[in-house]
Design a protein around this ligand. Sequence first.
Ligand code: SF4
Length: 81
Amino acid sequence: MADYEIPPPEPKEIDEKNWLELQHFIDRAVLRGHPSGDERCRNCLYYLDTDADLTYCWHPQIRILVGENWWCQWWEAIPEE
Ligand code: SF4
């Protein structure tokens, strides 16, 4: 057993399935990993925790974790109070 080497990590079938599903989702949502001008997730109405770098997007078409500098076509300004 001394010669046993731990195999390097690699994606499993479930990862490829998830990736394919997310890829369709990304295409549909025009979800991008960078801002669009001044618009970005962190200043969007649907970004749940504006103090966090990564949080949940509660837009009905998204509903996943997103990063503060991401952007999608459903960006909406936070209404001024
Ligand atoms: S709706 Fe789009 S822009 Fe707004 S937080 Fe969600 S993913 Fe980001």
